[in-house]
Design a protein around this ligand. Structure first.
Ligand SMILES: [Cu+2]
Length: 470
């Protein structure tokens, strides 16, 4: 009897959960209402089967349960033609009802409208970048062997179609509303999965081939891009956004993005001009960029150009230093704003890179063994075995840098003081990691371990100084 009650409660509970659960679909924002329709059918079919089978079971348990004094026995009945054909018929109908609509959806999915605008989304561990065809409407040839710090998409510089391709080195893509777009999906390393829940369609990225999916966005807005790949590490940290907007805003945004030719012809910064700019920075960061703990300003010498550029732009654009609890970051906002244009930023970076790179003094103690274990499992794959950072994963150098500053940044990432701005994709990514270090002890252990890493001056310090990795 109690078993029957449990079964009935299971059915009632499931139905109530379905009705009142907050975890429902996001509102649809594309043409793919067909997908919702097939999901609804599946839910109805499986729901009806679930409810009826469980209630039938409960009924049997109650109706045929053992009663004292009753000598009734179950009858063995291996064959029952009527019952079997009845069950087979309904099962076949249910399965067909669930599968048939899917065939129609798939037929439409592989039939991309002629006029669809092509956009390439490139996945790599652990972020997204995009490419739009230029005015000629054609993408340039790509080749994995050409991928480098300054040509992250591997575009063939000899191919004239590639020169005007628009490069978006940020996980945020824009698309115009009510126009079909075809996403061409390419992976640089492992399987990824490009998903925007509101669009209802998603597709795997497979290294070595170009897959695709298409949709027509119907509701303006900003939608989160997720990597829904399960196998592998940290795919959940690959966040991005697709902004759906009117045609004019889309065109204005596209015009602001650099073409491949522009990214290749960026003038390198001028260290001599940068020296003048750096005079003000040196009051906090030190003459040699060695950092001054008393002023809370970290060591800058030895940081890669792409990272310095991204941080200065992040301060300027309110992605960093804008949180109300970010006292120290706030001091930097005004300083970053003194760098009037892109050239000023490039110049000051060039000067910082000309400064001698002495390891910062260590000030933090901790359990190095524990720190080593944490670093190996959660940090190494982005920041590198040697802690020297990696442009491909957007992770900066940690070895030989100001340790008290590293510890404070880890607290800030953990507490959402840094990396919680919606458009700060790289900070957000580090935030997922920072939240794994729950205690200050764990932070100190990991920083103590990072202090043992010997800085190696590699070519990656100078690589990518012209990349606009904002
Ligand atoms: Cu992924």
């Amino acid at each position: 009897m109690p078993f029957a009650v449990v079964l009935i409660l299971l059915v009632v509970g499931s139905i109530l959960f379905h009705i009142f659960s907050p975890w429902t679909f996001t509102p649809l924002a594309s043409n793919w209402s067909m997908v919702d329709f097939t999901v609804d059918i599946t839910l109805w079919v499986t729901g009806i089967v679930f409810v009826s089978v469980n209630l039938f079971m409960a009924y049997c348990v109650i109706r045929f349960r053992h009663k004292k004094g009753e000598a009734s026995k179950a009858k063995y009945e291996p064959e029952n033609k009527r019952l079997e054909s009845w069950l087979t018929g309904w099962t076949a109908l249910g399965v067909a009802a669930m599968l048939t609509p899917g065939l129609f959806v798939w037929a439409k999915f592989v039939d991309v409208p002629e006029e669809a605008r092509e956009i390439e989304a490139v996945g790599q561990q652990w972020h997204w970048t995009y490419r739009y065809p230029g005015e000629d409407g054609k993408f340039g040839e790509v080749d994995a062997e050409r991928i480098s710090a300054d040509n992250p998409l591997g575009i063939d510089p000899e191919d004239p179609h590639g020169q005007d391709d628009v490069i978006v080195l940020s996980p945020e893509a824009h698309i115009p509303i009510n126009q079909p777009v075809k996403f061409l999906l390419r992976s640089k390393d492992v399987l990824h999965n490009f998903t925007v829940a509101q669009f209802r369609v998603k597709m795997d990225l497979v290294p070595g081939m170009t897959t695709y999916m298409w949709l027509e966005p119907t509701v303006a807005g900003r939608y989160e891009v997720l990597c829904e790949e399960l196998c592998g590490v940290a795919h959940y940290t690959m966040r991005g956004a697709v902004v759906v907007e009117d045609d004019a805003s889309f065109r204005a945004w596209l015009a602001e993005q650099p073409t491949f030719a522009e990214t290749q012809n960026r003038v390198a910064g001028n260290a001599a001009l940068g020296a003048a700019q750096y005079a003000i920075c040196s009051t906090c960061h030190g003459q040699q960029g060695e950092g001054m703990q008393a002023l809370n300003a970290p060591k800058l010498s030895g940081l890669s150009g792409w990272y310095l550029r991204r941080q200065l732009l992040a301060y300027q654009n309110g992605l960093r230093g804008a949180h109300e609890d970010d006292v120290y970051g706030a001091q930097m906002v005004g300083m970053a704003n003194m760098l009037a244009d892109d050239a000023a930023i490039s110049n000051v970076i060039a000067y910082i890179q000309s400064l001698p790179d002495e390891p910062a003094p260590t000030t933090i103690d901790g359990d190095i063994d524990n720190g080593a274990r944490l670093y190996a499992t959660s940090c190494r794959y982005c920041h590198g075995e040697d802690g020297m950072g990696n442009q491909a994963t957007n992770a900066p150098r940690a070895a030989g840098m100001s340790d008290w500053y590293m510890a404070r940044q880890l607290q800030n990432f953990r507490d959402g003081v840094r990396g919680s701005h919606l458009e700060d994709y790289y900070g957000m990514q580090m935030g997922f990691m920072g939240r794994m270090l729950r205690t200050d002890e764990a932070i100190n252990d990991i920083v103590a371990y990072m202090n043992t890493l010997q800085p190696v001056v590699a070519d990656q310090l100078t690589a990518g100084t012209t990349g606009n990795n904002e």
